[in-house]
Ligand binder design. Structure first.
Ligand SMILES: *[C@@H]1O[C@H](CO)[C@@H](O)[C@H](O)[C@H]1NC(C)=O
Ligand SMILES: *[C@@H]1O[C@H](CO)[C@@H](O)[C@H](O)[C@H]1NC(C)=O
Ligand SMILES: *[C@@H]1O[C@H](CO)[C@@H](O)[C@H](O)[C@H]1NC(C)=O
Ligand SMILES: *[C@@H]1O[C@H](CO)[C@@H](O)[C@H](O)[C@H]1NC(C)=O
Length: 461
């Protein structure tokens, strides 16, 4: 199968994508941008050096010597004229003296003529040079702005190229011929769109903790059906050792935390500290990436005990397999926990799967915690900003701009069909979505964005 896509990129770059039979990805680009006017620059350089040769020390030396000659001759002339006056007896002597003076005057006239021609020449040269220098200055300024734009354009182009590379990596692989939306085993129908934001709150600590997660337990214990939870990464955007509980959504919005905090361990960080923001609560337990481990931790809020499960060998952890967009990678987002109608999942990357997303079902048979079936996707994690599960289908988002995030990818665990072209947009209130999870109870997407808690409604058809 060969797939050619021309990406318009404001008509600056023509990017040709090719999908060869294997899994390699090549992007070739030709830059049709105006190139830097090197010839213009060299003309300017030539003019500048000509200016330099025109105004030589010799020119000034000539003028100086002429002036010096005049300076010496004028007193002599004066002397000769006075002598002539004294000796004017009407005789021959006086006539020769007069001739001397006449010659003298002739020489001086010549000197003055040369001097004035030189002065004029210098004036021309000065005027000419001044004009030329002004022109050169203008041209250099033009070239300078040109270069600044080049730099700016270059930066923009690089960004675009990087995005397109990421997209290329995430587009070449089997787009197949499935036009149907992913189905999974969904009681609600097919995932179509999302609306919102439906709710947004700064919570109790406005702007304090950029990284975190919040949500609602889809399988709560009796009496805790409307409880909401919040975890803020309180230490360097990296880890935390407690969960904050709220009796309802309005309590969370109003900032009234009862029953308050549940601590995992008094010290932070320690073995079972929460690392990274992609956390979920399920059946009264918090699931998260254990501190400094390639493991999922399950903290039982009732018994206050932690169970952990090691992920396959080669799993990237400790900020080696993060979610990214062009501006940044989100640190310690190696593991993403997710809930949906069918239970609990973990999404991660392995070296074996070249940094592409790997998805495993977590089987939480109490008291055991097992890694269930695993799927290998061909979506490259560095081009993905977050993932969530709905009805057994994995969805991945990517950063478009500060206002929009796109749900672009899906992987149906029932059929194994992957799609890279969903084109469902999330309208953002804050630029970065640091965690995103689906609540199968009310079909709400919970997003934690730059310290704010935001929710969206998933639409089915
Ligand atoms: C040089 O420029 C000055 C002022 O711009 C002008 O008055 C003068 O005539 C010019 N001289 C020549 C030789 O062009
Ligand atoms: C397209 O669909 C047909 C029928 O469902 C299937 O046999 C074929 O393999 C699909 N093509 C690709 C490229 O997956
Ligand atoms: C999804 O919803 C947005 C507005 O909420 C709308 O503009 C867009 O067209 C919808 N997309 C689809 C595929 O229905
Ligand atoms: C948590 O611990 C309580 C008390 O030991 C137990 O009844 C419950 O099943 C545990 N929950 C999970 C998810 O392990």
């Amino acid at each position: 199968m060969k797939l050619y896509v021309i990406v318009p990129l404001c008509a600056l770059i023509t990017l040709t994508q090719q999908a060869p039979s294997g899994d390699s990805c090549s992007c070739e680009f030709t830059n049709s941008e105006r190139t830097f006017p090197h010839d213009k620059l060299s003309t300017v350089e030539d003019s500048a050096s000509r200016c330099n040769t025109n105004i030589t020390p010799q020119k000034t030396l000539e003028l100086e010597s002429l002036l010096l000659g005049l300076e010496r001759r004028l007193p002599r002339l004066q002397e000769d004229v006075s002598a002539l006056e004294r000796e004017d007896d009407g005789e021959l002597y006086g006539v020769t003296s007069l001739l001397v003076v006449e010659n003298e005057l002739k020489d001086i006239k010549e000197l003055i003529a040369r001097l004035s021609s030189i002065t004029l020449e210098h004036q021309h040269l000065t005027n000419d040079t001044t004009t030329k220098l002004k022109d050169l200055e203008a041209e250099m300024q033009e070239l300078e702005t040109y270069d600044t734009m080049q730099v700016v354009n270059g930066k923009l182009e690089n960004r675009r190229l990087r995005r397109d590379l990421d997209q290329c990596r995430n587009t070449v692989l089997p787009s197949t011929n499935s036009t149907e939306p992913p189905h999974g085993n969904c009681p609600h129908g097919q995932f179509r769109n999302i609306t919102g934001p439906r709710m947004s709150t700064a919570g109790e600590y406005p702007g304090s903790y950029k990284y975190g997660a919040w949500g609602r337990d889809p399988k709560p214990e009796a009496g805790k059906e409307s409880w909401h939870w919040l975890v803020m990464l309180t230490s360097g955007n990296k880890h935390s050792n407690y969960i904050r509980l709220y009796s309802s959504l309005s309590a969370l919005v109003g900032g009234v935390s009862t029953p308050g905090n549940v601590q995992i361990s008094p010290s932070n960080p320690t073995t079972n500290t929460i690392q990274g923001p992609n956390i979920v609560m399920y059946r009264g337990a918090l699931y998260y990436n254990c501190y400094n481990q390639d493991e999922v931790c399950r903290f039982n809020l009732t018994s206050k005990t932690v169970t952990n499960i090691k992920l396959p060998k080669g799993t990237r952890y400790n900020s080696k397999g993060n979610f990214c967009h062009l501006e940044e990678c989100y640190p310690f987002t190696d593991l993403d926990l997710a809930t949906d109608e069918s239970g609990i999942w973990v999404i991660y990357t392995t070296n074996q799967n070249f940094g592409n997303l790997v998805l495993s079902k977590l089987e939480d048979d109490e008291p055991e915690l097992r890694l269930g079936q695993t799927w290998h996707t061909s979506v490259y994690k560095q081009g993905v900003t977050n993932t969530f599960m709905v009805c057994g289908v994995l969805y991945a988002t990517r950063y478009i701009d500060k206002e929009r995030e796109e749900i672009f990818y899906s992987f149906d665990t029932t059929t194994g069909v992957e799609r890279f072209n969903l084109g469902i947009f999330i309208r953002k209130m804050y630029p970065n979505i640091l965690s995103l999870n689906y609540s199968p109870v009310d079909q709400i997407l919970h997003a934690y964005c730059d310290s704010y808690m935001v929710s969206y409604k998933v639409l089915f058809s």
